[in-house]
Design a binder for this molecule. Structure first.
Ligand code: C2O
Ligand code: CU
Ligand code: CU
Length: 474
């Protein structure tokens, strides 16, 4: 139903139906979490409903050109999935059989990668699984991992940065028995809120992706900060605990996040799992591709307003207007998840990855720029390994691996320097200039001698400029 039809119809039907229609029938890919939509309300990506065929949940995702209003009365050209900017949220439960069917209606090829998903290499959506124009490609697999917040985004050779910048990305939420049994806010769009944080440059109100050499090196930092595709939107919150699933969906901007009154909040999850216990913070650093789930207690804030701010660049991501009475109560549990700690003493091998380059914009890992025809590492299934990542440059990087998660055991040569809020399962780790990190990792499923997974810097300009390598699991 088109929105204008629904406005006509709403005259005839009850308020209850009015609200119900609004939640499910907007055609722009977003649904309002609010029964009385306000100007500049935080857009909540719609939850995509699957069609079940032979026990498989099928999700239909159309990659397309679109137009989106970042600015009042102005249409900006975008790329999007189903809607007008970004894409719908896919919410699954561990052990679900899923098929994410991506149809590319763009005029150019792309791919769609499940960042953080444990899946077979041929379902990973890397540069090896190109979706040509007018083709459909399906990522079909059984969900096999702990509850967490993942995301999907393009991974096309040399074009990842541009495709993400134009608007291609969406959330994948995984739940499991453990997470469902916890007293955590879990009403999607009400007290369980996804936040895709990005920054953009615009020229004549159009998205402007045109990094200079210096910006490829130092980061393509936008002057407009956006949250779920909106500039400083307003979230009307219930006065209760609110869970934010935060994604740094930027190309190359590291965010230092906090609330305007400097209140503390709890981080409850890292990239790939809940933490063992909540970690109290009042600032959260998140590098590109990383996710953090936080819970902030707004139960005594009815009638007040706070902001979620970015403190490195001095921007507001989200206005939070606490103007609704709580319609349910949750109490943050003291313990969250049990994690499998791989024992570093069981490691049979240490691999070293030196992030370097930078001359003439060649970015390298171990002195090599990405070559899609070269396998850089072969990892035996089931082996416990230590990977040591060294940032040999004086600029920021991070390091992301596909296929599985890891646990950080050392920062800069010391186990006590590992931060409390990075002690959950991770798939992306931030390294400031000159830093090093050691993590323990195990490829526990899926072998394929021919099709590799990727590891790379998730600063997308660096990735596209070659700071990426490939590994197979055998
Ligand atoms: Cu989020 Cu290889 O990517
Ligand atoms: Cu990934
Ligand atoms: Cu980098």
């Amino acid at each position: 139903m088109k929105r204008r039809d629904f406005v006509k119809l709403s005259v005839l039907v009850s308020t209850w139906v009015f609200t119900g229609c609004f939640m499910s029938n907007r055609d722009d890919g977003y649904e309002g979490g609010n029964s009385s939509p306000i100007d500049n309300a935080l857009p909540i990506p719609s939850l995509l409903q699957p069609t079940v065929k032979d026990g498989v949940n099928n999700y239909e995702l159309i990659i397309k050109e679109s137009k989106h209003s970042f600015f009042d009365n102005i249409q900006t050209n975008t790329y999007a999935v189903n809607g007008t900017y970004l894409g719908p949220t896919i919410k699954v439960t561990n052990e679900d059989e899923v098929s994410l069917n991506f149809t590319n209606t763009l005029k150019e090829s792309t791919t769609m990668h499940g960042h953080g998903m444990h899946l077979p290499a041929n379902m990973d959506g890397t540069p090896h699984q190109v979706i040509a124009p007018n083709q459909t490609w399906s990522a079909r697999y059984k969900v096999k991992q702990k509850a967490c917040t993942n995301w999907y985004h393009p991974h096309f050779m040399g074009k990842t940065a541009e495709h993400v910048y134009k608007g291609l990305a969406g959330f994948i939420i995984i739940e499991d028995d453990e997470s469902k049994a916890l007293d955590l806010p879990n009403r999607y769009g009400i007290d369980d809120i996804v936040l895709a944080l990005q920054d953009r440059k615009f020229a004549n109100n159009q998205i402007n992706y045109n990094p200079s050499r210096m910006e490829i090196m130092r980061g393509y930092i936008g002057d407009t900060f956006i949250t779920n595709g909106a500039i400083e939107p307003i979230f009307e919150a219930e006065a209760k605990e609110i869970r934010f699933r935060i994604l740094n969906g930027s190309n190359s901007t590291v965010y230092n996040l906090g609330f305007s009154d400097n209140r503390s909040f709890y981080q409850i999850a890292t990239d790939n799992s809940l933490l063992v216990a909540p970690v109290s913070l009042n600032k959260l650093t998140l590098s590109p591709g990383e996710r953090a789930e936080i819970v902030v207690d707004l139960s005594s804030d009815l009638g007040s307003k706070i902001e979620l701010r970015e403190y490195k660049y001095g921007k507001t991501f989200l206005n939070i207007d606490i103007n609704k009475k709580a319609t349910s109560i949750s109490t943050l549990p003291l313990s969250l998840a049990s994690l499998d700690n791989l024992n570093p003493n069981d490691a049979v091998k240490t691999r070293k990855f030196v992030l370097g380059g930078g001359m003439m914009n060649d970015f390298t890992i171990n002195g090599k720029s990405m070559n899609i025809n070269r396998i850089d590492e072969i990892v035996p299934l089931g082996d416990i390994e230590i990977w040591e990542v060294i940032n040999s440059m004086n600029i920021d990087h991070n390091f992301h691996i596909h296929a599985t998660h890891f646990m950080i055991i050392e920062r800069n040569g010391s186990s006590t320097s590992v931060l409390e809020n990075e002690k959950g399962y991770k798939d992306t780790v931030y390294l400031r200039g000159g830093e090093s990190v050691k993590f323990v990792v195990q490829m526990s499923d899926y072998t394929d001698a021919n099709i590799p997974y990727m590891y790379h810097c998730h600063f997308l300009e660096h990735e596209d400029a070659g700071m990426m390598g490939q590994f197979t699991v055998v």
